[in-house]
Design a protein around this ligand. Sequence first.
Ligand code: SAH
Length: 239
Amino acid sequence: MSRRFFVDLPITSETATLTGQEAHHLSKVMRAKVGDELILFDGQGGEFPARIAKIGRSEIELSVIERRNISRELPFRLVVGAALPKGDRQRWLVEKLVELGVSELVPLVTERSVAQPSGNTLERLRRAVIEASKQCGRNQLMAVGHATTFNSFLAEATESATKLIAHPPTPDEGATSWSTNAGAAIIAVGPEGGFTEEEIALANDHYWTNVSLGTRVLRTETAAVALASVIALQYKSSE
Ligand code: SAH
């Protein structure tokens, strides 16, 4: 798995070219030589054993040996809307969601959001998606959506999906339950300051179910990863 490299264009012929960081890593860090074999993936479903044909100054040319359609995706679509945490925690969140098989991360802009993701942030997060996919073997890239207001996120959520909003429990609340056979699931997780009561009420009006993750207050990224793993495993076992 460690010799997986990402090509930023769909691989459709018998040759492929690595550029940028991937080429640098392969030639300067891994000290690859002509004739070495490795695995390429283009983030669109396939993986490709390939052999190095030529090492240039900033590009590496490879001959593609074959295409293998190996899916390591979940058997359903899983979307996570989360108000992004600050600093390094963003990268951690992205890495774990990729590993868990999440289809798309949508950065949410909520009333109490702190970090408003900029174009640069989104670029950095997309790079983190590639790194995590190299490591965990996913051949399909997790999409990182544009920053979206919570209201639009609610309005755009697929009607038939299971829709869950992580919300710390009030003392008198019992366990929550939800249906796991909708074929798609969408999760919403709030910012450090939490969702406002108005936001929760609006989500409930749109048929979102509140989910408690226990009596402790989790950080945004912990809540997102915990809920995504519960959903991923539940759906998987009901296949
Ligand atoms: N200060 C906030 C906590 C925010 S934690 C408050 O007291 O409400 C950030 C987000 O993580 C929350 O908006 C919620 O979506 C999720 N979260 C944290 N702990 C949770 C728990 N125990 N159950 C469900 N969701 C939780």
